[in-house]
Design a protein around this ligand. Structure first.
Ligand code: GDP
Ligand code: IMO
Ligand code: MG
Length: 420
């Protein structure tokens, strides 16, 4: 059987921490989409780790970790990550499996990402500049290079043909670059990756399912960044929803059982695009400060705002969420009043449905106010010990979204987790 963990907002909901907490119940953790645009943080034993491409089960010795075909891999970045994780004593050669069908991020994909964003000027998406969009464009355009290609004799030629096209594009955009600055590290990383298990992961995953192993599929980004259902065009370039786990790992929907949807007790977003409940004021500043809301990948300050139920309900619907996990509840401690948006007013009419495009209509979030709570929640172990005002807030949220909130995370550490 396969369970899925994914984000229900604009990413950074705490997927890394939650996957790490759930891993003891699973034999396998498999990433199904995205690439090093992701930054998944884990904390235990007083240390913090950030993973970009490696699945978040890697610190559990028993766990098999798979980078699925739906992921895009930057060899240079992955080499760095492997070296870092190995330095902590993890046996990557034993526990990491890489799909031969995962697409490769080439140095020129990163350059094209930078050039396209520069060309868009103030309309830029605010990408992580990791080459994600150009790599997925080549995948869909049927001209990408895959991990399996590095094991073939023709790799150097395929590489050169692909980069020639990218260079033409870069030149036409008058973008200044020197490929020679990037290629030695790229080819060194490609050689480095050959020592790991590069496999036909769709067979591997389905054999594991057949033999009764428990698999946790780990999503990256969040539902509101999904290429089809996110706030297009301010999205990433992959399907971040449950369906992405099927195409990104080669598994049938019939194998999926639980879908864990993670949401923060408030909202954040990095990069551009609509954010109805954004607080560009002291409240937003306080959320950013108390929540340490700075990107795990790029270090950019995250935009912050109140919890938004219309988008959360939309995400739960699209993903078929069975179990909800609320993170960062501790961060709201100390606010006199906590707001939740439960409807929008769009062009004068109230609704709880999302419009076709959030950026092209006059949208006003309508809020319900709750008295806040105080004190350090991070050492609390049971739901009933949480402040009554917090439970009132959570009861309301749960009554609106109609799916049980089974886990409340009250701090970044593994141990700071309340299971109901
Ligand atoms: P991901 O991309 O979904 O894995 O999330 P990130 O790791 O990018 O961002 C989440 C941040 O919040 C990380 O710094 C986590 O260590 C931290 N975090 C996760 N859960 C909690 C929580 O319940 N409380 C607090 N205070 N921090 C948390
Ligand atoms: P995790 O897995 C938050 C955002 C970028 C940008 C948009 C497109 O850590 O939750 P891209 O580089 O994908 O072309 O950027 O998506 N973005 C994320 N925001 N968390 C992430 O991943 C993100 N990955 C991409 O900021 O707005
Ligand atoms: Mg992140």
């Amino acid at each position: 059987m396969v369970d899925v963990v994914l984000g229900l907002q604009w990413g950074d909901e705490g997927k890394g921490k939650i996957v790490d907490v759930l891993t003891p119940q699973y034999d396998v953790v498999a990433r199904f989409q995205g690439g090093p645009n992701a930054g998944h943080s884990l904390e235990f034993g007083g240390n913090k780790y950030v993973l970009n491409t490696i699945p978040s089960g890697i610190f559990h010795e028993h766990c098999t970790n798979i980078i699925g075909n739906g992921v895009v891999i930057d060899p240079v970045q992955l080499k760095k990550e492997i070296e870092k994780a190995s330095a902590t004593g993890v046996d990557i050669k034993k526990s990491l499996y890489i799909s031969q069908k995962a697409h490769l991020i080439l140095p020129t994909h990163r350059l094209v990402d930078a050039a396209s964003e520069a060309k868009k000027g103030e309309h830029k998406v605010g990408s992580t500049l990791r080459g994600i969009s150009p790599t997925y464009q080549d995948k869909i355009g049927r001209s990408g290079l895959r991990v399996g290609d590095i094991l073939t004799d023709g790799f150097a030629t395929k590489y050169r043909n692909a980069t020639n096209i990218h260079c033409e594009l870069l030149n036409s955009l008058n973008f200044e670059y020197n490929l020679a600055d990037h290629e030695p590290a790229f080819f060194e990383a490609v050689e480095f990756l050959k020592q790991f298990k590069i496999i036909n992961s769709e067979y591997f995953v389905n054999d594991l399912i057949k033999s009764g192993k428990k698999i946790l599929a780990e999503g990256a980004q969040g539902t509101l960044l999904d290429i089809d259902f996110g706030s297009y065009p301010f999205v990433t370039s992959s399907n971040t929803i449950t369906g992405g786990a099927c195409s990104g790992l080669g598994i049938s929907p019939q194998h999926i059982q639980k879908v864990y949807g993670i949401f923060k007790a408030y909202c954040t977003r990095v990069g551009n695009g609509p954010f109805p409940t954004e607080q560009e004021n002291e409240t937003g500043e306080m959320l950013r400060k108390l929540g340490h809301e700075f990107g795990a990948t790029t270090g950019r300050p995250r935009r912050t705002g109140w919890l938004d139920l219309p988008t959360l309900k939309y995400a739960i619907m699209l993903n078929g969420v069975t179990d909800l996990i609320c993170t960062k509840s501790d961060v709201l401690s100390g606010f006199e009043e906590v707001l939740v948006c439960d409807r929008y007013k769009i062009e004068g009419a109230e609704t709880s449905e999302l419009p076709y495009s959030m950026q092209d209509v006059k949208l006003e979030p309508l809020y319900r106010s709750f008295p806040g709570w105080t004190g350090d929640l991070s050492k609390i172990k049971t739901y009933n010990e949480l402040p009554e005002t917090f439970r009132n807030y959570m009861d309301y949220v749960q009554s609106q979204i109609e799916v049980p909130v089974n886990v409340i995370s009250v701090g970044p550490d593994r141990e700071e987790t309340i299971i109901r």
